[in-house]
Design a protein. Structure first.
Length: 315
């Protein structure tokens, strides 16, 4: 795709190139988390367009159980064709978030997109959930999403072609099952979704979109592997590239026309005419070939009907 970047590589804020094609070229994304999993997949999809991507994450050194650091993510972003800014920071703290926002704007000339990707998870029932874990989920999930979007707002308001806040959180599903199943986690994730609901209404006349994105099925990430279900659940999960392609689709839409929505990855791609999701089956989507550009159709023993429905969705 043609680049919308300025001659010096700074952000232009345009969601289309000179030929009118949808692209994130030259746009600047600031993402919380993103050193692995869904966040990294979204960053790499943007990088393939030539986007500027700032990753704010805590993972400075390799973790024995988690692949990737903010530095390895930055290297992959640049190898994919983007410009990267690795930032060691913690979304729980105002000073850290303010520094990340200002460093991103200074490096790339502005901010066009905020992606609230960082999230903590503990599915313990109420009487087994330590308050330390409860506080961590509230601080990272709900408060962190609010804080990052709030702090970036002055720069988002300057984006030439509108701006986006994309939060990885579920639809606000008031089926009592979900609150009853893991109340602490549900409160924190619905807090993220309320950020979407509130910002979309508050900023409706400012061409700043706020949307949430959630997967139809579980996604093969470290959380699924280490917390939710190990190898068995990972084998019934789609690859992160389906979320990356759905995020790209949302972020290249007109922010005035697509805001305040709680979107499901598969539905987003169906709206773009995608009907074949086999490229996102385990082992089938590692190159990101599926989705908005046409699914890869990889053969795999796992079938669509074998995939695990994600939490917060009623089926």
């Amino acid at each position: 795709m043609g680049s919308a970047a300025a001659a010096d590589g700074t952000s232009t804020g345009r969601a289309h190139d000179t030929a009118g094609r949808r692209t994130l070229a030259g746009r600047t994304l600031l993402m919380s988390g993103g050193s692995r999993g869904i966040g990294l997949a979204i960053a790499l999809r943007a990088a393939r367009d030539g986007a500027n991507v700032a990753i704010m994450a805590k993972t400075d050194q390799p973790h024995p159980k988690l692949e990737g650091t903010v530095h390895t993510a930055a290297a992959q972003i640049e190898a994919a064709g983007g410009r990267a800014l690795p930032i060691i920071g913690d979304v729980r703290f105002e000073e850290s978030v303010a520094e990340a926002v200002e460093r991103t704007a200074a490096a790339f000339g502005g901010i066009d997109v905020v992606v609230n990707n960082a999230s903590a998870i503990d599915l313990s029932p109420t009487d087994q959930l330590p308050m330390k874990k409860y506080d961590l989920m509230q601080d990272i999930n709900a408060r962190g999403s609010f804080l990052l979007a709030k702090t970036a707002l002055p720069h988002l308001r300057k984006a030439a072609d509108g701006a986006h806040v994309l939060t990885l959180s579920p639809p606000l599903n008031l089926n009592p099952h979900w609150a009853g199943k893991h109340l602490g986690y549900t409160m924190s994730k619905y807090g993220m979704s309320l950020v979407t609901l509130g910002l979309a209404e508050e900023l409706r006349d400012e061409r700043i979109a706020a949307n949430s994105l959630w997967p139809r099925t579980t996604i093969a990430t470290a959380a699924v592997q280490n917390v939710l279900g190990g190898d068995a659940l990972t084998a019934r999960s789609r690859t992160p590239e389906i979320m990356a392609d759905a995020a790209w689709t949302i972020l290249t839409r007109d922010p005035a026309a697509c805001t305040g929505r709680f979107l499901i990855d598969e539905d987003v791609l169906r709206e773009e005419g995608v009907t074949d999701f086999s490229g996102y089956l385990p082992g089938g989507g590692a190159d990101g070939a599926g989705g908005a550009g046409g699914a890869g159709g990889a053969e795999d023993s796992v079938r669509e009907e074998d995939l695990e429905l994600d939490i917060f969705l009623d089926g």
